[in-house]
Design a binder for this molecule. Structure first.
Ligand SMILES: Cc1cc2nc3c(=O)[nH]c(=O)nc-3n(C[C@H](O)[C@H](O)[C@H](O)COP(=O)(O)OP(=O)(O)OC[C@H]3O[C@@H](n4cnc5c(N)ncnc54)[C@H](O)[C@@H]3O)c2cc1C
Length: 446
């Protein structure tokens, strides 16, 4: 057994940031990561020789924490390709449009504008740090996003657009997510436009070298403090000590930071059990499921047709696309967000066939024969499955929200799900790591 000041469980952005800050403060830290790599939901692969992100990809304005970290670690961003028209495949037809909201009938546009206004107005009454305390909290947490859309008589196009938003944001359907969660989440991102836009929004920039390089660089700084393939299965704790058992052995420390999604806390046997409510929170804060597909072509041929590569589709499995090609001349790379339902269970060849058919339905026959293809199903991962983030069902924020990051003795909670700003995003993960590190440092100093 070895004695440390802090053991950090999970080497995603949150855990690595927390560990890095504590090391800077002079504490003795060890990081236990169950996978054979760092980065968690940030994972970069290669397609046609180009780095592509299977998980977290984009960053945008006001995501200051992750942008500052990337800058410090010398990981440059590049603007997301945004020239030309976007495509929409809606009710069986493919059309072009510009901006975030597709060209629809005036009636549909008015309805979408009304729904957006009403949705964001609900956020004004909610404090993102204590959403359960709002006078409207019980009512909003008592219904799903879908229930609210029906209650305000949203038109079918507005409902379908919000369903696409729910799929890409939480990896869940509108009837699975609490309205209080939806309103708080969007407010934590600075509003619907900020969350969904490319220019001025969360998809404005991406990292040509991928996002995992940021995690890799933090892990390189931490050196042999990071232990991979160390699946944590049990934590024993007392007032001022923890003993953490993993597949790599047992480590003792004065504090632990669990930098993992709430749902994954369930896989760890904690003794003595945390007070009432913590176990229920972990059981009822499920991860959504979102998949991604990439297709590479000799060139970004859609740019010749003045298309941005951005598309929206009411028919899956690919329902949103982006152009992440490195240049006009290099390989053309389409990123597709994929509806995991029905897709993840298919054999690889069938998944490829269906995803490529979706790309071709949007971008024409030139998209039918990619030179390379790659997909990733986060909901089907065997260890620590799910993502992009938690899809919190009704009733949970008002019952268990106050416990989400409330420490239990020497146990502290981190991870993007515990963040107040940009919850669910890379930026939220970084902010949660900074918060947990300062919380732990303060208790150790006192
Ligand atoms: C498909 C997809 C697309 C996304 N797109 C974007 C985007 O464009 N922009 C953006 O900002 N965000 C995006 N995200 C979200 C972003 O990736 C996450 O918010 C962020 O990576 C979460 O970091 P984290 O450190 O909080 O958690 P994680 O990255 O999940 O890290 C937790 C770590 O803990 C480990 N772990 C879990 N249990 C144990 C255990 N028992 N023992 C040891 N280790 C354990 C896991 O293996 C993991 O490495 C996307 C996510 C997905 C899946």
């Amino acid at each position: 057994m070895v004695g440390y000041d802090v053991v950090v469980i999970g080497a995603g952005f949150a855990g690595l940031v927390a560990a890095r800050e504590l090391v800077k403060d002079g504490f003795d830290v060890v990081v236990l990561e169950g996978r054979d790599r760092v980065g968690g939901r940030s994972s970069t692969a290669t397609l046609a020789g180009i780095p592509v992100d299977l998980g977290g990809t984009f960053v945008g304005p006001t995501q200051d924490a992750v942008i500052a970290l990337a800058k410090e670690l010398d990981c440059p961003t590049s603007p997301t390709y945004n020239q030309g028209s976007n495509l929409i495949r809606w009710r069986g037809k493919v059309r072009t449009y510009r901006g975030t909201i597709p060209r629809m009938s005036l009636f549909q546009l008015l309805d979408i504008g009304r729904i957006q206004w009403q949705f964001e107005r609900l956020g004004r009454a909610i404090d993102i740090t204590e959403p359960w305390a709002a006078s409207s909290a019980k009512n909003l947490d008592g219904m799903t996003l879908d229930g609210w859309l029906h209650s305000v008589r949203a038109g079918s196009s507005s409902r379908d657009l919000l369903a696409i938003m729910a799929r890409v944001t939480w990896g869940a359907e509108p009837d699975e997510v609490s309205m209080l969660h939806a309103v708080r989440y969007v407010k934590a991102a600075g509003g619907l436009d900020r969350m969904l836009d490319v220019v001025g929004g969360a998809q404005q920039d991406h990292f040509p070298g991928g996002t995992q390089q940021i995690a890799n660089k933090m892990a390189a700084e931490l050196g042999d403090r990071v232990h991979l393939r160390a699946v944590v299965s049990r934590i024993e704790w007392s007032d001022d000590a923890v003993a953490v058992a993993s597949s790599g052995g047992v480590v003792e420390a004065r504090r632990a930071i669990l930098a993992i999604p709430p749902a994954h806390r369930l896989a760890i046997d904690i003794a003595p059990s945390p007070p009432m409510g913590y176990q229920q929170l972990a059981q009822r804060w499920p991860q959504g499921a979102l998949s991604k597909a990439y297709a590479a072509y000799p060139r970004p041929f859609w740019r010749d047709q003045k298309l941005s590569g951005q598309a929206l589709s009411d028919k899956g499995p690919v329902f949103i696309t982006f152009d992440v090609s490195p240049s006009d001349d290099g390989p053309g790379i389409l990123l597709g967000f994929v509806d995991s339902r029905g897709f993840d269970a298919l054999p690889p060849e069938q998944r490829r066939k269906q995803a490529v058919a979706s790309f071709a339905a949007l971008f024409g026959p030139d998209a039918e024969n990619p030179i390379e293809y790659l997909d990733h199903c986060w909901g089907a991962e065997t260890f620590a499955p799910g993502g992009p983030t938690a899809a919190v069902p009704p009733g949970m924020w008002t019952q268990f929200g106050p416990l989400l990051r409330q420490p239990v003795g020497p146990l502290h909670w981190s991870g993007t799900e515990t963040a107040d700003e940009w919850t669910g995003f890379l930026d939220g993960a970084v902010r949660s790591g900074l918060r947990a590190a300062s919380e732990v440092a303060a208790t150790l100093r006192s």
